[in-house]
Design a protein around this ligand. Structure first.
Ligand code: LLP
Length: 428
């Protein structure tokens, strides 16, 4: 490979000695590439963030539900949350037991709730009406309740999941009604949970929201656990030197809070967090190939096979993902250090029939050629899980680079037949 622009993956040794252009050739593009070492590192960072002994990290699987990925997460001793029967099913396939799964649902039918109950999974409800529904389905059972601490945070208003404007959680003002329903159906409230939103880079709002959650917890002296939610951010602008969330600083602040609360509460109650992005985002690079380059009215477009069917985040939230460039061929001088004058301002676009299909806007990159392989960084969270078959495009394959550098296929690329496998044509 000719290294054209590979700074971030070089620094992380992301490909563990594999040549991304060869991986692209062998497995074709688009291709999600996962690095096992980085995934394990992220799991451990969180497990070790506090000294408080009764602390559980639930991986929020909505970010990435690849089976091999989940198996690795489990082998690191993490538990999981689920948001749908489908996630419960997949998590069980990955080896998680019912007790290791926490179903945090929102506006679900009786049938869905019943599925979780039958599967022996603890359910968290987030409205009085869903608590009522749970009570009718499973009187006498254990249950958890999601509260809205009144504080939200997140990278985009679409992912702020607490505070005054969102659909999630029960307002603390409704505690008397919650108690009434618990009593009515003889339910035991074993846990309370919250999730303020996705992607904070400083711990302030998280720490602030915990205070409100703890005040709520004091009104329920019999809890087994308090779940503080996820949302821990990762730096998407690594090329520009964006600093990571200081997990050890946050850990220190959190630790103090946990011990102090345990003292107020009178026992070492269990605390949980449920991050998705922090665990999964940096473990994946998405590979695509450039098929066309053109200039339209002075704007340069690099056209590739990474449409928003493969990675929707840039289109859905205006999210930034770093892009690297790898060129098939004999190794030559590294162009990482081209000065700004030699770089070009380009728009990287996909192959979907919408003008909004833009992966990266106005990026300064070394000159790209047709046939180059692009590497989209930090694609492991909400990448494959939000992919679709829009335009009848096939969902990509996924591979895993093991810790010894070997590569295994963990998801086959879809075939054309997959597009019609559930369709029923008219008989005439
Ligand atoms: N717990 C609950 C109840 C959640 O709703 C979520 C995410 C998480 C935990 C994990 O949040 P994380 O640690 O990953 O920030 N698709 C968006 C993010 C949506 C997050 C939805 N809920 C994105 O691509 O940025």
């Amino acid at each position: 490979m000719q290294s054209i622009y590979t700074k971030v993956t070089d620094a992380m040794n992301f490909f563990e000695g594999n040549d991304p252009t060869e991986l692209a050739k062998q497995y074709q593009t688009p291709l999600y590439v996962c690095n096992e070492r980085i995934l394990r590192r992220q799991c451990r960072n969180l497990k070790e963030m506090v000294t408080y002994p009764n602390f559980v990290v639930d991986y929020s699987a909505k970010a990435n539900t690849n089976l091999a990925f989940l198996q690795i997460v489990r082998s690191e001793g993490l538990e999981v949350d689920a948001m749908s029967p489908g996630e419960i099913f997949v998590e069980k396939q990955a080896g998680f037991t019912s007790k290791e799964i926490f179903y945090i649902c929102n506006n679900v039918s009786k049938e869905e709730m019943q599925y979780a109950i039958q599967e022996g999974v603890l359910v968290s409800v987030d409205s009085l009406s869903q608590l009522e529904q749970f009570g009718q389905l499973a009187p006498g059972h254990e249950v958890a309740v999601r509260f809205n601490p009144g504080v939200g945070a997140g990278h985009h208003e679409k992912v702020v999941t607490a505070g005054k404007k969102t659909k999630f959680g029960i307002d603390a003002e409704c505690i008397p009604q919650v108690k009434e329903r618990l009593e009515k159906y003889r339910l035991r409230l074993v846990g309370i949970n919250q999730h303020i939103g996705s992607l904070f880079m400083t711990g302030d709002s998280f720490i602030q929201s915990i205070d409100s959650l703890f005040e709520i917890a004091l009104q329920f002296p019999e809890l087994d656990f308090i779940d503080m939610g996820g949302g821990f951010g990762i730096p998407y602008k690594k090329e520009e030197g964006e600093a990571p969330l200081d997990i050890s600083e946050l850990g220190k602040a959190l630790d103090k809070k946990l011990y102090a609360f345990a003292e107020r509460y009178g026992r070492m109650v269990k605390f949980r967090i449920e991050p998705g992005r922090y665990i999964s985002a940096e473990s994946n690079v998405l590979l695509g190939q450039v098929h066309s380059i053109k200039t339209n009215h002075g704007k340069k477009f690099v056209g590739c096979d990474l449409g928003f069917n493969v990675l929707v985040r840039p289109v859905m939230y205006d999210s930034y993902h770093g892009v690297e460039v790898y060129r098939p061929g004999e190794a030559t001088a590294n162009e990482n250090d081209l000065d700004e004058n030699q770089k070009e301002l380009v728009n990287i676009v996909g192959n979907i029939c919408e003008s909004g299909d833009i992966l990266a806007k106005d990026r300064l990159l070394p000159p790209i050629q047709e046939g180059d392989i692009l590497g989209v960084l930090d694609a492991g969270a909400y990448g494959f899980t939000m992919s679709s078959n829009y335009n009848c495009r096939l969902r990509p394959a996924e591979i895993l680079i093991r810790e010894d550098g070997s590569v295994v296929l963990t998801r086959r690329r879809e075939q054309l037949e997959d597009l019609i496998k559930d369709l029923i044509p008219l008989s005439e």
